[in-house]
Write a protein that binds this ligand. Structure first.
Ligand code: G6P
Length: 613
């Protein structure tokens, strides 16, 4: 969380940085700020609220200069206000810094600095770091670069930082540990950013900083890399594959809507080249070297957070059914602090859209220490989780910018389906006939999804009826149970309606007490092996006057008769229903949130890439 951007070159640095901050706003949007170098001093502008508030505030100010740093914040320490907004400055005002992460030992450092007479203006942990750098630099014996480097040796926690000084118009210092940072190398210009989206417009050449690395960037000497322990490193320049259009709304009102509509393509892109119907096989090239480990795994452990954790739950059904491997699905944040029992023959699969989620990253580091095999399912190429794992499969969903995850989820489920099939086939736990049928069905999913998207008008009408509800219940059974959780999460995230997802049969052990005529109950009731049971559950809701909105298979008769509303999806193998049935739930949440005048792309209090614990 928090996004940082920096620019050094010939362009108007403020404009580059502001545009970059808007691209990174998904990482936090409670306040933002910039520091622009100008004539041996720095102009700092900060504003509570969105980047647009900062733009409005700075519209009549001097924003000229060729060196600037900027920050968009998701508050951890201290309220979102103008004082706590970044950049922060050293006590003499000469050094300015932006930071993403958490300085865990900040209170000890703060106490020491206060005893030495330093005064703190903000409540942030970041201000401690900039005073520390200033303190080391003050006596003039250390260069700014070494002052930053030495200060970072005293810091415990996570950081991606960029530092500039009044005294040098040609110097950017950037470092990272556990929070992402990318350096862009243009023609006579340099960029730093939390991810590549602010950079792609100007250059495709980037260097992803590794943990514990610090970069010294100047037009005169280029990019020099060291560890914070002072060892020289050679920058590894990579070429970005991302395209600018993927970062724009492309005519849609919101990124979330665009991303919902992209799902036929993002699922196709995630499958492309990874299976052959004629040869009856699935090959995920990224995990081939570790295929034996998967085949012989005594157990799989999925670690993930949020929506990715729901994908893991779907994966549990897929792997147990197709590959007959026992699966545990763990919240990364719980797993990491539980002294988990992990053996060498366990395979830990980390699922993460961003590949940067702090808890998921920490969980796999623990599993690595205990010698498990680590597989990553990430969307962001080159992300920390994709680099920390032994092998993996990218989801190829393209950049996901709406804070509420949509296309990343269906892409994750696609990869999990392919992975389970590849291993099931090798283990012989799925018959050839079932395997081939499933492959044909999987191949047909993107087209079927287009049919589901055509239900948008109907879904909007249903949303209109229920958008004033204060509570909602989501029910599903079997592989559709995780969809109930995901549907409820989507509604909570973007419309601020309290919602709960439940396995349908569990309803009678508690949530049934909540049901009255005010309560909408969304039920995934497709024609599968538990159909009869879910029909009974719907009857139980109806008997208590609850309102049922059912997702049913095309041609359904029974549920249609009893539900208040229904949304049809094409028939498919029951293991693939999550790929289709999630989409109406996403659209329902989208429309309800819009009708409640909520910010669907940037819901309150949330951020997309959660790089704090
Ligand atoms: C945040 C986002 C969610 C996401 C979760 C996990 O909470 O708002 O949409 O599912 O993080 O993120 P990851 O990048 O690891 O999938």
């Amino acid at each position: 969380m928090c996004g940082i951007v920096a620019y050094l070159g010939e362009k108007n640095a403020y404009e580059v940085v502001i545009k970059g901050l808007q691209r990174l706003e998904y990482r936090g949007y409670d306040s933002s700020g910039v520091a622009i170098h100008k004539d041996k001093s720095v102009n700092i502008y900060k504003q509570k609220g969105k980047v647009q508030d900062l733009i409005d505030f700075a519209s009549d100010k001097d924003t000229n200069g060729n060196l600037a740093i900027g920050h968009t914040r998701w508050a951890t320490h201290g309220l979102p206000n103008n004082v706590n907004a970044h950049p922060h400055q050293s006590s003499n005002g000469k050094i300015s810094l932006v930071h993403n992460g958490i300085i865990e030992n900040y209170s000890v450092l703060k106490k020491e600095l206060e005893q030495r007479g330093y005064k703190f203006l903000s409540e942030t942990d970041t201000e401690v770091l900039v005073h520390l750098i200033g303190d080391i630099h003050k006596n003039g014996k250390q260069s700014l670069f070494d002052s930053v480097r030495l200060a970072l040796n005293e810091v415990i926690g996570a950081y991606a930082i960029v530092v500039i000084s009044d005294e040098n118009p040609d110097e950017l210092i950037a470092a990272r540990k556990s929070s992402p940072l990318v350096v862009g190398l243009g023609q006579g210009e340099y960029f730093c950013a939390s991810d590549a989206t602010p950079i792609i417009e100007y250059t495709k050449n980037v260097v992803y900083l590794e943990d514990g690395e610090i970069a010294h960037i100047s037009l005169k000497n280029g990019l020099k890399l060291k560890t914070i322990g002072n060892q020289n490193k050679t920058p590894y320049i990579q070429e970005l594959e991302m395209h600018l259009e993927a970062l724009e709304k492309g005519g849609y009102e919101h990124f979330m809507l665009k991303e919902i509509y992209e799902q036929p393509k993002s699922i196709l892109d995630s499958m492309r080249g990874r299976f052959s119907i004629s040869q009856g096989k699935v090959v995920l090239g990224g995990i081939l070297d570790y295929e034996e480990k998967l085949i012989n795994a005594k157990r799989l452990i999925f670690v993930a957070c949020g929506t990715s954790w729901h994908a893991g739950l779907v994966g549990e059904y897929l792997f147990e059914e197709i590959a007959r491997i026992p699966v545990e699905v763990e919240y990364a944040s719980e797993f990491r602090y539980r002294n988990p029992i992990i053996n060498e023959d366990d395979v830990v699969i980390a699922i993460s859209q961003s590949g940067e989620t702090a808890d998921t990253l920490a969980a796999i580091k623990i599993a690595k220490e205990r010698k498990a095999t680590l597989i990553g399912i990430c969307n962001v190429v080159g992300s920390s989780i994709s680099r920390e794992t032994h092998c993996g499969s990218y989801t190829h969903a393209g950049p996901e910018i709406g804070v509420a995850s949509t296309k990343a989820f269906t892409a994750q489920v696609t990869i999990l389906t392919l992975m389970a099939m590849m291993i099931g086939r090798r283990k012989g736990t799925i018959t050839n006939e079932r395997f081939n049928r499933l492959l044909v069905e999987l191949n047909a999913i993107p087209e079927k999804l287009k049919t589901v998207l055509k239900e948008n008008d109907l879904i909007e009408k249903i949303a209109k009826i229920y958008h004033k509800s204060t509570n909602a219940l989501y029910l599903g059974r079997g592989i559709n149970f995780p969809l109930a959780l995901e549907g409820a999460l989507k509604l909570k995230e973007i419309s601020y309606i309290h919602a709960e997802g439940y396995p349908a049969a569990e309803m009678k052990h508690g949530p049934i007490a909540l049901i009255d005529e005010e309560m909408p109950v969304f039920v995934i009731a497709t024609k599968d092996s538990s159909y009869e049971k879910i029909v009974s559950n719907i009857q139980e809701v109806k008997a208590r006057k609850g309102k049922v909105i059912a997702i049913v298979s095309h041609g359904d008769k029974e549920v249609k008769k009893i539900a208040n509303h229904y949304i049809e999806i094409p028939k498919c193998d029951e293991l693939l229903v999550p790929l289709l049935a999630t989409v109406p739930l996403q659209l329902l949440s989208y429309h309800i949130a819009l009708m409640r005048e909520c910010n669907v792309d940037q819901p309150r209090n949330l951020a997309k890439s959660v790089t704090v614990e």
